[in-house]
Design a protein around this ligand. Structure first.
Ligand code: SF4
Length: 327
């Protein structure tokens, strides 16, 4: 499918702070700034990658967009409709168009239900079709994701990991959504199966004009599948842009470090190492200024004093770093 420049999702200054109790006696509260002033736009028919290490806040963004948790601040517009201003019943209707594929296909599938019932559940929830039509729709979608009609009569434990993820994809697709959030959809699968699921997602996107928000820590997949990329660190976006541009010229020291960790299957390729120092700090009272300064090998005094703004450095490429002129 052709990607156009029409936004399907606009996220503006999204924040999610969780209260965390610090002092047993005073009961004073600290805040975990899981998502802090995150803005991005996803165009219809495209795949947008949200990339970062575990705990950086990318899955929290997904839960906010689905309204599984409430945003502290900010807005999200889906087809120009304000997701956070919708009533519960309006949001229920909207969820036909916004579906999710989960990381662990097994734990997201009810072990006591036959696959047919699992896949049909969104049809029941949204009251779509008669019972005969639902049966037909389930058979169709199982076939489309590469499973037989007979699969519908089995239980999740009777399938391999890859087949279970196909069931998860079938359930996400059954309402004919426009937008699918894929939260690490292949990280729990064997490497040999990952490519099959990625190819399936890509084929389905072309066939059904789908838009994906693809949450992952795996940059090899991003390069293959995603049009736009946003790199997230401790609740903040540190680099955004077209995937082609970011892979050609990764600029933020964190992005460079992530890229230098990608395995290259070429024994003669000399990789430029960009080490990261230390561990990811706690999002509870994160580092001042640039949140990456405690691990950045380039950090200067200004880095701990002032937060660098996300600045455009080329068309469709922005980076948040004080030392842009030096890279
Ligand atoms: Fe490193 Fe400073 Fe740039 Fe942050 S602002 S990434 S600490 S050089």
């Amino acid at each position: 499918m052709e990607v156009n420049n029409q936004p399907i999702l606009r996220v503006e200054h999204l924040r999610k702070y969780f209260d965390a109790q610090r002092h047993v006696i005073s009961r004073a509260k600290d805040q975990i700034k899981a998502v802090d002033d995150v803005s991005f736009t996803i165009n219809r028919g495209s795949t947008f990658a949200l990339v970062g290490e575990s705990g950086c806040g990318k899955s929290t963004v997904a839960r906010l967009l689905l309204r599984l948790i409430t945003a502290t601040d900010g807005k999200a517009f889906f087809n120009d409709e304000d997701l956070f201003a919708m009533s519960e019943s309006e949001m229920r209707v909207m969820r036909r168009d916004i579906q999710m594929i989960f990381q662990d296909p097994y734990s997201s599938l009810n072990p006591r239900w036959q696959v047919r019932k699992i896949v049909a559940e969104p049809l029941d929830t949204h009251n779509i079709g008669t019972s005969a039509q639902r049966k037909e729709m389930v058979n169709d979608i199982l076939r489309i994701v590469g499973l037989s009609e007979d699969s519908g009569n089995k239980y999740a434990h009777e399938f391999s990991g890859g087949q279970r993820q196909r069931i998860g994809i079938a359930r996400a697709l059954i309402t004919n959504p426009q937008f699918i959030i894929c939260d690490e959809p292949i990280s729990a699968l064997d490497v040999s199966i990952q490519a099959q699921i990625i190819n399936l997602l890509r084929d389905l996107q072309q066939q059904y004009s789908l838009t994906y928000l693809f949450i992952t820590h795996d940059l090899r997949i991003v390069k293959f599948l995603c049009d736009q990329t946003a790199v997230m660190y401790l609740g903040k976006l540190v680099e955004t842009g077209s995937t082609r541009e970011i892979f050609a010229k990764p600029t933020h020291p964190y992005t460079k470090a992530l890229f230098s960790a990608i395995p290259i299957p070429d024994p003669y390729y000399e990789k430029q190492e960009e080490p990261i120092e230390g561990d990811v700090p706690s999002p509870l009272n994160p580092p001042s200024g640039c949140r990456f300064h405690t691990r950045c090998i380039y950090a200067k005094p200004i880095c701990s004093e002032q937060e660098p703004p996300l600045t455009e450095i080329a068309p469709n490429h922005s980076c948040a770093c004080h030392l842009l002129s030096e890279f």
